[in-house]
Design a protein around this ligand. Structure first.
Ligand code: SF4
Length: 203
């Protein structure tokens, strides 16, 4: 199976996922807040920020740091994330259309966060690789690597550089990892990909 066939199967099964929730700079904020926590927790922190009109780089920088941290509490790691949000806001006031390199130069922004911002906010064709994508790709037998860079190159070489495709594909990996391809005890017996999956065929 090729990645495009996988995409078609995932899309056919789950339908469009309508990512990323939110708009404008809120997407970049969400990309940072979602590090090491669930989206449910991110939504609570975003609601706090929205309530206090803290969804713009200028407002985040002008806000008292302790107050900002308090609003981020539901998302966890709020001390770090408040600083990361300020770092990103500083960059954004200088470069509102930053390159990948500029984003990666910001403390607190790694490849997954940078690519999420580039893809979902700035509509750049950067394939987002997360732990779910690595897990599913290895199990399917597309390759054998735990390196995110490896999989980013793999998908970007195999697929046309299409923002809509990349947008949907990443969201579909996430839902498939949560519903069938769980970290422990994947539900291979009922998974619609079993016949095409190296790991699933052994079950
Ligand atoms: S068959 Fe199993 S390992 Fe393969 S994609 Fe489905 S749940 Fe994951």
């Amino acid at each position: 199976m090729e990645p495009k066939e996988l995409y078609d199967k995932l899309l056919s099964y789950y339908g469009p996922q309508h990512w990323w929730p939110g708009e404008g700079f809120e997407i970049a904020i969400g990309a940072i807040l979602t590090q090491n926590t669930s989206w449910t927790n991110v939504e609570k922190a975003l609601a706090n920020l929205r309530k206090h009109k803290l969804l713009s780089p200028r407002r985040i920088l002008d806000c008292d740091l302790a107050f900002l941290k308090k609003q981020l509490t539901p998302a966890g790691y709020y001390n770090q994330k408040a600083v990361y949000l300020r770092n990103l806001s500083q960059l954004w006031l200088i470069h509102s259309n930053p390159t990948r390199e500029q984003l990666l130069s910001v403390k607190g922004i790694g490849a997954e966060t940078a690519d999420s911002i580039l893809l979902y906010l700035l509509a750049q064709p950067e394939f987002v690789i997360d732990a779910y994508t690595v897990r599913i790709s290895n199990r399917l037998g597309f390759g054998n690597s735990t390196k995110k860079n490896y999989w980013k190159r793999f998908y970007e070489q195999k697929l046309e550089a299409d923002v809509h495709l990349y947008n949907e594909f990443h969201a579909l990996f996430v839902i498939h990892a949560k519903i069938f391809c769980k970290k422990q005890d994947p539900l291979c017996q009922t998974c619609f990909l079993q016949e095409k999956c190296a790991c699933g065929k052994k079950k």
